[in-house]
Write a protein that binds this ligand. Structure first.
Ligand code: CDP
Length: 238
């Protein structure tokens, strides 16, 4: 992260948002017929789709767990999602985000109900403008609910950060690139349990508290959007 652009002027950000404003959001459930569950989520210009398969028997068998199922997660930036075409195929960054997303989602699924099984979650970022891991997790969470996977709640994710020495909510691309801190979190907004927390940049405890507070507020708004989209599918299917 470097700082060389004016990102905040009279309390307004480059896209006109205030410091506590989220980007415009959109959510849709059940977008792929061939998956057991699927979802779409958008925050500003960052968009992701997710597909869920399972619970189904895990192969090879030696990876099966006798007492609980496992959740496997793939995160992928599509080649057309970023400004400079991304080289297709796996990357270290993608693998790391897949791994931390597995942790973030596994903790809300009742995996003990599915010994020897796997639940496979595929998250594809189709447009990237910062916050892709959060948007991908938001899509994945509604996809899991759409698949009817028993869960303790929904996972909702959102980043806070720091630009021009000021904590702000939900960074967009230029703010992430030229800002000072990016702090994505994922949580069960109903219970308050945080299941992912990452940070790059430098901060102190007081600022960290402020950014966390903002991110939690953001996750609660994300959760409302997710619930609204899920309610809509249940009503449409009546
Ligand atoms: O997207 P997220 O904030 O979760 O992760 P990041 O690694 O902090 O990436 C921030 C942003 O950099 C992404 O959202 C993309 O807009 C951009 N990026 C990119 O253009 N090309 C990449 N290979 C990786 C990230």
């Amino acid at each position: 992260m470097s700082e060389n652009k004016e990102l905040l002027k009279n309390g307004k950000r480059i896209d006109g948002r205030g410091i506590e404003d989220l980007r415009d959001m959109e959510a849709e459930v059940g977008i792929f017929k061939r998956a057991d569950g699927s979802g779409y989520f958008r925050m500003g210009n960052t968009e992701a789709v997710a597909a869920v398969f399972g619970p189904r028997e895990l192969h090879p068998k030696h990876r099966q767990k006798p007492k609980r199922g496992i959740l496997q997660c793939r995160y992928n930036l599509t080649p057309f999602s970023v400004e400079d075409r991304k080289r297709p195929g796996p990357s270290r960054r993608g693998k790391e985000i897949g791994k931390v997303s597995e942790g973030a989602l596994s903790s809300i699924v009742f995996l003990e109900e599915f010994p020897t099984a796997t639940i496979d979650v595929y998250m594809e970022v189709i447009s990237a403008d910062a916050g892709t891991r959060c948007v991908a997790l938001n899509a994945a969470s509604i996809a899991l609910a759409d698949a009817g996977v028993p869960m303790k709640g929904l996972i909702s994710a959102c980043a806070a950060g720091k630009i021009e020495d000021t904590p702000v909510l939900d960074l967009k691309g230029e703010e992430d690139k030229d800002g000072q801190v990016d702090l994505p979190i994922a949580m069960n907004a109903e219970t308050g349990d945080i299941t992912l927390l990452q940070m790059d940049g430098m901060t102190d405890i007081d600022e960290m508290d402020e950014m966390l507070g903002l991110a939690v507020k953001g996750c609660k708004k994300v959760a409302e959007k997710q619930r609204e989209a899920l309610m809509k599918t249940f009503e449409d299917s009546k």
